[in-house]
Design a protein around this ligand. Structure first.
Ligand SMILES: NC(=O)C1=CN([C@@H]2O[C@H](COP(=O)(O)OP(=O)(O)OC[C@H]3O[C@@H](n4cnc5c(N)ncnc54)[C@H](OP(=O)(O)O)[C@@H]3O)[C@@H](O)[C@H]2O)C=CC1
Ligand SMILES: O=C(O)C1=N[C@H](C(=O)O)C[C@H](O)C1
Length: 265
């Protein structure tokens, strides 16, 4: 499968390029970076520190290279993601988007795109996070109404969005398991002097150093609590997952796919 990576010098784009370069089922055909960068026109292998030339360029215009690919992987910014999805639809190319921080309206664009292209959106491409989501569903279905549910997520100092896309997805899964809407029960940060309101999901975001990603969900009872945690030690698990998602889309019909399809969860 022929692949284009958006943002190949980014933390994720670099790793995705490195993982794809080692896969026998993938051929990188271009990287796409912002206009004006001094590395535009240089070899993708150099930009993504693959350790060898890949003999394909980094360009600043997706439109000029998109017809050479089967699938695009986008882990960039929410602004660029909106441009990428429009371009993918125009050229009927499969798209994996792992970028986070979208509004509901922006997310709908991915749903709409799925009428025209194979579209996979995943706020988290780690296998174990998606297993954790299943555990959250099970626990919330049985004790969600009794427990005080709090989510604590930790990421690096450079992360642009808070709360994380993963924690929002976790909240949505738990709210749904309780027959509620996350927007009606989410409490972001906790300030002031009023006591905790039953039935809410509390959100806490910590940003420090180069923490790759940690998510803990607390189910607080009187006298005991359950904590479910996922830690990543680096960003490789997300890059491997992103490439698995791209491989999954090869030859698929237009439609909205999730990582649950890829992992058979
Ligand atoms: N789904 C998942 O499992 C995961 C999702 N993410 C999400 O992925 C996104 C990226 O994260 P991360 O890699 O840490 O961020 P970085 O800031 O390290 O990388 C973003 C990249 O996007 C590039 N970029 C910005 N604007 C454009 C544009 N207009 N055209 C092309 N490229 C552009 C930047 O280029 P330049 O370097 O030149 O500035 C940069 O290389 C975030 O939303 C993050 O939350 C992260 C990890 C896992
Ligand atoms: O920015 C990150 O690093 C990550 N972002 C995603 C998110 O917002 O949930 C996934 C993972 O936590 C790493």
């Amino acid at each position: 499968m022929k692949l284009i990576v958006i943002g190949p010098r980014g933390k994720m784009g670099k790793l995705i390029t490195q993982v794809a370069a080692e896969r026998e089922d993938m051929e990188l055909v271009a990287g796409v970076a912002p206009r004006g960068r001094d590395y535009i026109g240089t070899d993708l292998g150099q930009v993504a520190m693959v350790g060898r030339n890949l003999n394909v360029p980094v360009v600043d215009d997706l439109e000029s290279v998109i017809d050479s690919c089967d699938v695009i992987i986008d882990f960039s910014t929410k602004e660029m993601a909106m441009e990428v999805v429009d371009c993918a639809v125009r050229h009927k190319k499969a798209l994996v988007c792992g970028t986070t921080g979208f509004s509901e309206e922006e997310k709908k664009k991915f749903q709409d795109a799925a009428a025209h292209i194979p579209m996979l959106y995943a706020a988290n491409t780690s296998k174990l996070v998606n297993i954790m989501n299943k555990l959250l569903e099970i626990v919330t279905s049985s004790v969600g109404d009794e427990a005080d549910i709090e989510i604590l997520e930790m990421h690096d100092q450079w992360k642009k969005d808070a709360p994380s896309g993963t924690s929002k997805e976790m909240g949505e899964i738990m709210a749904q398991a309780m027959g509620k809407k996350l927007d009606d029960i989410a409490v972001y940060g906790r300030h002031g002097s009023s006591p905790r309101e039953k039935g809410t999901i509390g959100y806490h975001s910590l940003r420090a150093g180069n923490i790759p990603s940690s998510h803990t969900v607390y189910f607080g009872f009187m006298g005991e609590r359950l904590e479910i945690t996922h830690h990543s030690y680096n960003w490789e698990c997300f890059a491997r997952g992103a490439c698995d998602c791209a491989a999954y889309l090869a030859g698929k019909e237009p439609g909205f796919y999730t990582i649950k399809d890829v992992l058979n969860l």
